[in-house]
Design a protein around this ligand. Structure first.
Ligand code: HPA
Length: 308
């Protein structure tokens, strides 16, 4: 008899559990150019996707295909370093399998990160957007297909895909990155000063906005008319990932916090061509900020009573 989805998740899970009995509380999936490796996590234990049963390996530059378990601030963290996209030719089940596995391992919070094109004209390249909601323009839903009640409900409530409390905790903690005590300009985000924090140095300001993420199939970028349409429908940023992962995490009862790095303004907003190389270059420029942001968010969530 062929294996069920539940069996496949358990086989991936058991492979990881053979090497560790740690139950991570926070899971992270790193989007294009986001990093969270040994420099963030203590005593990291690394698995290659290619060795974990039922994991596929990413084919896109900037996505390594490693699952890392380690500690930060006394919290056990599991990090998916490498995302699978449907446009690479993976089925939706393959795309979300790593997320289903880490949700089964017992995480209570999933932090999803991505690179996205800014649609809201008030956004600029290099800003960050805490995701408050999404609009799904991807063709397939990851929950399509035969149903197994052991995984979660068939019809998943999506009225709060991104947990409001986590958004507020992340927002507060990130705003402090730009706060200089005893300085009357402490909330003046307009001055590009280096900001020192307890968890590293950020070169320049960290600008955090909130908004709605539109998920499209890709891999072609949008046309200017498509971007206009997305704006009319209420989107602030657009990308080619994240939504399937959030849907399966919510099905499995995991709370989600999402953050986009606005690597470029979406097509037609500026007279500029968009390329993956430019996306990667911006992510490289923002590398320190990205890492500081992740550390801040993990730190803020680790002290949250529901997490330990
Ligand atoms: N569109 C879609 N996905 C993206 C973009 C974009 O402009 N930038 C980074 N990922």
């Amino acid at each position: 008899m062929s294996k069920t989805l539940y069996d496949r998740i358990n086989e991936s899970l058991n492979y990881i559990k053979k090497s560790t009995d740690i139950t991570p509380k926070i899971g992270i999936i790193l989007g294009t150019g986001w990093k969270c490796s040994t420099e963030i996590l203590d005593s990291p234990l690394t698995f290659n996707y290619k060795d974990i049963p039922h994991f596929s390996s990413p084919s896109i530059e900037g996505h390594e295909g490693k699952l890392i378990i380690g500690k930060y601030d006394d919290s056990n963290i599991i990090c998916l370093k490498g995302r699978l996209h449907a446009y690479e030719g993976f089925s939706m089940e393959e795309v979300v399998h790593p997320i289903r596995t880490i949700c089964s391992l017992g995480i209570s919070i999933l932090i999803v990160t991505n690179a996205a094109g800014g649609i809201n004209p008030e956004f600029s390249q290099g800003d960050y957007m805490l995701i408050c909601d999404h609009i799904n323009f991807m063709v397939e839903n990851p929950l399509k297909g035969s149903y197994d009640s052991r995984i979660g409900p068939r019809f998943v409530d999506m009225s709060e895909p991104y947990n409001r409390e986590l958004i507020s905790i992340a927002d507060n903690s990130l705003r402090h990155l730009n706060t200089r005590p005893n300085d009357p300009r402490q909330n003046d985000f307009a001055r590009p000063v280096p900001v020192r924090t307890g968890r590293g140095l950020v070169a320049g300001r960290v600008i955090v906005k909130k908004g709605i993420y539109a998920g499209v199939n890709g891999p072609s970028y949008e046309t200017p008319s498509e971007v206009k349409m997305l704006r009319l429908l209420g989107a602030d940023a657009v990308g080619m990932s994240t939504i399937p992962e959030v849907i399966v995490a919510r099905q499995m009862g995991v709370q989600v916090c999402g953050i986009s790095c606005i690597t470029n303004m979406a097509a037609g907003i500026k007279e500029e061509k968009i390329s993956h190389d430019k996306v990667l270059t911006l992510m490289k420029t923002n590398e320190k900020k990205n890492s500081t942001i992740l550390k801040e968010i993990i730190h803020a969530f680790s002290s949250h009573p529901g997490i330990r």
